[in-house]
Design a binder for this molecule. Structure first.
Ligand code: DX5
Ligand code: ZN
Length: 229
């Protein structure tokens, strides 16, 4: 049972050239991107550091793209307001980081952004089921978070299928990690509609062309699994 939804490709700037970030963002916007995926890391929840509030604010000043903000941080409730103030359009937190996800979701909802919940490769789908109807986005990590350029973990596909069966057509089912022209069709066939791609886009010599190839591969996969729509 597959849900017909728009397919979105969200380039992750983690692999972009931060020395010319505005230019790189303009390139994927011109290629048709609607979302930009921003990976925030704190060196605690994940063993790496990336970007913070001032970078998000700077990006927001230079683009109208939807800023899909992925907080890989230990205390998302503490920092989310600053990211929203900076221009984030959605806040996705990790289910592993909170004891009372319903309360955090309510707090984020009050900030006026889309609310997402993410689960690591080692976390079962059941962990998000109690709050699944309260979120706008479920983000399935198909690599262990912390670094770009890793290989797609195939076990994620069964999780995507299980989540797709529990979500409605307005909710976004997003997959993050190891997405390229080979794995994007698998994720779409399993039920994902929003595909994060870092190295496959910005690791390419021609990010615009890479973005186009990825979107074409995802749309072909959707047409194959949902031929009637
Ligand atoms: C990983 C990040 C991802 C990363 C994806 O911790 O959450 O968004 O940028 O990079 P690729 O597409 O190269 O796996
Ligand atoms: Zn991410």
């Amino acid at each position: 049972m597959y849900r017909r939804r728009p397919i979105r490709i969200a380039p992750s700037i983690l692999d972009a050239d931060f020395g010319r970030l505005a230019e790189q963002i303009a390139t994927v916007a011109a290629a048709g991107a609607e979302l930009l995926h921003l990976d925030v890391m704190d060196g605690h929840f994940v063993p790496n550091l990336s970007l913070g509030v001032p970078v998000v604010a700077g990006i927001a000043r230079h683009t109208d793209l939807f800023l899909d903000t992925h907080l890989m941080i230990a205390d998302p409730g503490k920092y989310a307001p600053a990211f929203v103030e900076a221009g984030a359009d959605s806040i996705t937190f990790h289910i592993e980081t909170v004891e009372k996800p319903a309360a955090l979701i309510e707090k984020l909802r009050g900030l006026g952004v889309k609310v997402g919940v993410s689960l690591n490769p080692g976390t079962a789908v059941e962990a998000v089921l109690p709050i699944i109807d309260q979120v706008d986005i479920v983000l399935v990590m198909s690599v262990w978070p912390g670094f770009g350029g890793q290989r797609f973990i195939r076990d994620s596909l069964a999780k995507i299928e299980a989540l797709a069966a529990r979500m409605n057509a307005e909710q976004w089912l997003e997959v993050d990690g190891g997405i390229n022209s080979e794995t994007a069709p698998l994720a779409v066939a399993a039920g994902a509609d929003t595909l994060v791609a870092g190295s496959a886009v910005f690791g390419s010599a021609d990010p615009a062309a890479a973005f186009g190839r990825l979107r074409a591969a995802a749309l072909r996969a959707q047409a194959t699994v949902e031929p009637q729509a």
